[in-house]
Write a protein that binds this ligand. Structure first.
Ligand SMILES: [Zn+2]
Ligand SMILES: [Zn+2]
Ligand SMILES: [Zn+2]
Length: 240
């Protein structure tokens, strides 16, 4: 049972941390555990072995329930119990296939047994290999547009294989303009976040193109502000 928190000088937050650091460490370490490990999942089919590293209040579930609950969050990392520790795995390894052009639903024009496209998506939480089906309907948008509709900015407009989440581009833009981080610094940080133990194993293709992030986002931002300034009331709503 967790002992009561020590109360120090009420207005000194550092003192409070110093006095209660063992409790804080215990609480943080508890996040690494998992209540109900290997118990029967709520679906009553699988066992609770997998939890999300990116959701708040994440519960252990079986792999299928994990995939089901992450249909619209394919870039959350899964942490799967391997008998010794929770091993970080991509959703692709659990069987995730991303469907573009119809929200998370499959395009009706996809031929059964056709091969999905391999994409690399660079996000604030690392580099993800994903398998995706693009919409193939008669009125389908071009691939780059389908990626942008899903929140992924393509590395190229001609048959893109790499894309960057909009949140990553905003974050990289802030780091470079406020913190003066170079594209290399940002790329290295993303590689380290993806795999801190084996940084060199993080795919180079995505990282090379990530040097485009700063340039592309600056251009987008400038273009966006130009659009706003051409609208009489636009600047009132411009982002700060
Ligand atoms: Zn389940
Ligand atoms: Zn999640
Ligand atoms: Zn379609």
């Amino acid at each position: 049972m967790m002992p009561h928190m020590q109360r120090g000088k009420p207005k000194d937050p550092i003192f409070a941390f110093e006095q209660n650091m063992p409790l804080v460490i215990e609480a943080v370490l508890a996040l690494e555990g998992g209540e109900g490990l290997n118990e029967v999942c709520s679906c009553e089919v699988g066992r609770r072995t997998t939890k999300c590293g990116d959701c708040c209040l994440a519960d252990l579930s079986c792999e299928q329930c994990f995939l089901e609950s992450h249909r619209r969050n394919p870039l959350h990392w899964a942490f799967r119990w391997n008998g010794f520790y929770y091993s970080k795995v991509s959703q692709k390894k659990l069987g995730r296939i991303v469907h573009l052009g119809h929200k998370e639903h499959p395009c009706p024009q996809i031929v059964i047994d056709s091969t999905p496209t391999n994409l690399q998506i660079v996000h604030t939480n690392g580099v993800h290999d994903i398998e995706a089906y693009f919409c193939r309907c008669q009125n389908a948008q071009p691939r780059w547009k389908q990626l942008i509709d899903a929140g992924y900015f393509p590395g190229t407009l001609n048959r893109p294989e790499t894309a960057f989440t909009v949140s990553l581009m905003k974050f990289a833009h802030a780091l470079s303009t406020i913190g003066h981080a170079s594209a290399m610094d940002i790329a290295t940080a993303i590689r380290r976040i993806t795999n801190g133990a084996f940084v060199d194993e993080v795919p180079v293709r995505a990282i090379c193109i990530s040097f485009k992030i700063k340039h592309d986002y600056n251009q987008l931002h400038t273009g966006f502000l130009k659009e706003l300034s051409s609208c009489p009331s636009g600047m009132e709503n411009s982002p700060s």
